[in-house]
Design a binder for this molecule. Structure first.
Ligand SMILES: [Zn+2]
Ligand SMILES: [Zn+2]
Length: 444
């Protein structure tokens, strides 16, 4: 059984199991736990990090009781006073049976209708649907039968879209709002909690409070500044629940994104989307301006700050217009200073590059010289003496000389001297005395 109370403690939803265990929620974070017996509750409460004892009795629709802080037994001076708003069986089927008892109790004037009622009471929803479909022309004239048919479709499951389509058709046909609660179920299933809240407002206290809790839990996370949880909650539960009465939900989401430096850009993108969808809602425009200014100022992005300015102009927010103009001035001088720094850095870079190029050129020249010298070391140096042309360093005649002067490094100095035995003139080193064809690669 689920009891709903309203009183000086806020709204209390108390679920009592068949074994007498009771558990309840009240205010934003309040929780009750205890025992239920003979219309009296006795147990413990916890709320906002505090705890204590509470007991109350319900009689003639009135709740009266006492509470105290702390779990030690003692005088309970605090008072709880409230009214019983509703008492519902928490199994949905029973509830529907209750809802339609008036219909079920009226004698059916037609065997088909009686059959539908019988199947419905037996919770044989598939058969209700089949029977209705086979006799639709006749049965769809009776609003009460249609009512059972629609609920059968819903409880049957897997027919949500079809049920919703049928509801809309029958609403027009009978010009009634009778299936608003059923539409609330559909909206809840779709996570369109804003629409669900509206649908349950006058049709089901219990579902209204359950749906409201979806939003209250979110607001609590926001109040507790649990930003990443706010973001997660919104994206999984509330993203399809934004309309004129729940704009706050979207604002909180964007603010939470904005609080984390990793998601500032995402915050800006999201708020732009909301502003585009709801241009009349000024808080969106204002947040758009704030986010654009902040990121623009940080990244020295004048275009973003201009976006911010446009936002504030749109909502005629003079204070922020003035602030934004100041920010534009500051940012411009920062950009200028940054440009100057960049220019100086570029000049330094160019000078360094020039210097490196000069050094590379010099090194290249040195290497070339070395190569030339090395090549030179391998060259013959021919000279003429008495009709013979031979190399000063290796002694070979020009026509027999090898391509390079292999022993130039040895340091010989060949001149024409008379050969020891034949007396023929032969190139001979005047330093070591070796004839050219015997000279080795050292001159000793
Ligand atoms: Zn030579
Ligand atoms: Zn020699």
């Amino acid at each position: 059984m689920i009891y709903t109370f309203k009183g000086n403690f806020g709204t209390l939803l108390l679920t009592v199991d068949t074994d007498g265990k009771a558990r309840g929620t009240y205010q934003k974070n309040g929780v009750l736990e205890g025992d239920w017996s003979e219309n009296s509750f006795s147990g413990e409460w916890t709320n906002q990090g505090m705890e204590g004892l509470v007991r109350f009795t319900v009689s003639d629709g009135k709740l009266e009781g006492n509470w105290k802080k702390g779990k030690d037994v003692g005088a309970m001076k605090g008072r709880w006073k409230g009214d019983l708003l509703s008492k519902e069986d928490d199994s949905e089927t029973t509830k529907v049976v209750e809802e339609t008892t008036s219909v079920a109790n009226t004698p059916a004037e037609h065997p088909l209708k009686a059959k539908i009622e019988e199947l419905y009471d037996a919770e044989d929803y598939a058969s209700v649907i089949t029977l209705f479909s086979e006799n639709e022309t006749e049965l769809s004239e009776n609003e009460d039968i249609v009512h059972k048919y629609l609920f059968s479709m819903w409880f049957h499951g897997d027919l949500e879209e079809e049920t919703f389509e049928k509801i809309r058709g029958f609403e027009d046909k009978f010009e009634t709002n009778r299936w608003l609660k059923l539409k609330g179920f559909y909206y809840s299933r779709k996570k369109w909690y804003d629409s669900a809240l509206e649908a349950f407002k006058d049709t089901s206290e219990r579902h209204y409070l359950l749906t409201k809790k979806k939003f209250d839990d979110y607001y609590t996370l926001h109040e507790e500044e649990k930003y990443s949880e706010v973001v997660k909650y919104f994206e999984s539960e509330l993203r399809s629940s934004i309309s004129s009465k729940t704009f706050k939900v979207a604002e909180i989401y964007c603010q939470a994104l904005y609080m984390d430096s990793d998601t500032e850009r995402k915050a800006l993108e999201k708020i732009r989307t909301f502003r585009e969808r709801y241009p009349e809602h000024q808080p969106f425009t204002k947040l758009n301006g704030r986010f654009a200014n902040y990121i623009g100022g940080k990244d020295l992005n004048l275009e973003l700050i201009e976006e911010g300015l446009a936002c504030f102009k749109e909502i005629k927010d003079e204070r922020n217009i003035a602030k934004t103009k100041e920010l534009i001035g500051e940012t411009k001088s920062k950009i200028k200073a940054q440009t100057q720094d960049e220019k100086a850095a570029a000049r330094e870079r160019a000078a360094a590059e020039k210097k490196a190029a000069r050094e590379a050129e010099a090194a290249r020249k040195r290497a070339d010289k070395k190569a030339v010298a090395a090549a030179k070391l391998l060259q013959h140096r021919f000279k003429n003496s008495r009709g013979l042309r031979f190399c000063q360093f290796c002694g070979r005649e020009q026509q027999w000389a090898t391509e390079t002067c292999e022993i130039r490094g040895a340091g010989h100095n060949f001149v024409l001297l008379k050969e020891r035995y034949s007396g023929e003139l032969t190139p001979t080193c005047n330093k070591c005395g070796q004839e050219y064809n015997w000279a080795g690669d050292t001159c000793e």
